[in-house]
Design a protein around this ligand. Structure first.
Ligand SMILES: Nc1ncnc2c1ncn2[C@@H]1O[C@H](COP(=O)(O)OP(=O)(O)OP(=O)(O)O)[C@@H](O)[C@H]1O
Ligand SMILES: [Mg+2]
Length: 372
């Protein structure tokens, strides 16, 4: 029997809030997503009240988890600043977008970054433009790092359009540890986490900036990642809240920018690089994806998008050029079927390209493998 919104509201009615009314009527609830045995919603409060509400968030999660039939609950606490309410007093763990300033001074949100225990380095795979192959690249790079002997995990930070479930073929949901952390799902030797494991891929999620931040925060800290040399984060397209949120919350060792060779994509790549620069995240380099076309029939090569643009752009802005990945039907078919090319053809030429890029990034990060 699947849980209904009314079941959730009834359980929230038992929680008293600082506003003197039960949570179910406190006018802080987002739309409640209840599907099967999963429940998702957020509480939006003023930034000044956020600290007082963290306990309510936890109580709400507990109350909903106690409803028979519920297995996974995620309640996000999001803080908003009212227009004209002055600077928000950055409450613990909740950083309103509106108060973000650039730079890493002690008073800026960047100064509140917290490393995730057990994780040595975190990198973001990003692009200004959508659909250039970030997710495909992020997964294959993670597998490349694995092949180089690193302990690596993959976090899908694309809240609107998570792709890791499709790329890995995972349909299960994460289990919880005794202290209520989500256990990442394992595939191809990688621990993986995606919002797509919690809600159906086609569930429309109309989330605003602060909610995205909160969801990303939970996917970073409320997950039992274990000991990792590297966490690769697959970013959503663009230069918006998710990127800023990640850079504010964890010390990023760097960003890898994926671009296709066309001018338009390169303009967006440039925008991505400058956004990371503003938040003091170094660009580890640019990858040219769909760099040239390999015909599966004649094995001939053609430069359909004007190959070489990303290398040129990398030289122009003074960041490393990491490599070229061809546009190849094998990459597309494999990733869309949950079978990345590093798994289907681990000794093939594509696998070699991804591993070579992973190796360059590994050297830049100075990550050492511990030889047992
Ligand atoms: N080198 C490649 N050769 C062929 N197809 C590719 C290649 N890289 C990615 N694709 C395909 O392009 C499509 C988009 O890729 P992907 O989902 O990785 O992009 P994205 O940048 O993460 O997109 P979004 O911006 O929506 O997150 C997918 O169908 C994927 O299989
Ligand atoms: Mg993607």
């Amino acid at each position: 029997m699947s849980v209904t919104k009314d079941d959730v509201l009834n359980s929230l009615a038992k929680i008293q809030t600082p506003r003197g009314v039960p949570l179910s009527v406190a006018k802080v609830l987002s739309e409640i997503t209840a599907s099967g045995d999963k429940v998702f919603f957020s509480l939006t409060v003023d930034a000044a009240e956020a600290r007082a509400w963290e306990g309510i968030r936890a109580q709400a999660e507990e109350a909903v988890r106690a409803i028979p039939g519920v297995k996974t609950v995620m309640v996000a606490l999001t803080a908003e600043r009212r227009p004209g309410s002055g600077p928000a007093p950055a409450p613990a763990g909740v950083k309103p977008v509106a108060s973000h300033q650039h730079g890493a001074g002690a008073d800026s949100p960047m100064g509140k970054q917290k490393a995730i225990p057990g994780i040595k380095a975190i990198i973001a795979v990003a692009s200004g433009k959508g659909g250039v192959g970030k997710s495909t690249t992020a997964l294959n790079l993670a597998l490349g790092f694995r092949d180089l002997g690193l302990k690596v995990g993959l976090l899908d930070a694309d809240i609107y359009g998570p792709s890791v479930p499709r790329l890995t073929g995972i349909k299960e949901m994460p289990q919880l540890t005794e202290d209520k952390k989500m256990i990442p799902l394992q595939r191809f030797g990688l621990p993986l986490m995606s919002i797509g494991f919690l809600v159906a891929e086609d569930t429309a999620m109309v989330w605003r900036g602060p909610m995205i931040m909160s969801a990303i925060r939970q996917m970073l800290w409320d997950v039992a990642w274990g000991e990792l040399d590297l966490l690769v984060v697959d970013m959503p397209p663009g230069t918006g809240d998710a990127q800023l949120s990640l850079a504010q919350q964890v010390p990023l060792a760097g960003a890898v920018i994926v671009s296709t060779p066309q001018d338009l994509a390169l303009i967006d790549a440039r925008r991505g690089i400058s956004m990371f620069k503003k938040v003091d995240v170094p660009t580890l380099g640019i990858i040219e994806n769909m760099s040239y076309f390999m015909c599966p029939h004649c094995n001939g090569r053609s430069d359909i998008f004007g190959h070489g643009g990303a290398r040129h752009e990398a030289e122009r802005v003074g960041v490393p050029f990491l490599g070229e990945i061809p546009l190849d039907i094998a990459i597309r078919e494999g990733s869309d079927a949950g079978r990345p090319v590093l798994e289907t053809d681990p000794t093939g030429k594509h696998a070699e390209v991804y591993r070579a890029i992973a190796n360059k990034i590994k050297s830049e990060l100075r990550l050492e493998t511990v030889v047992a």
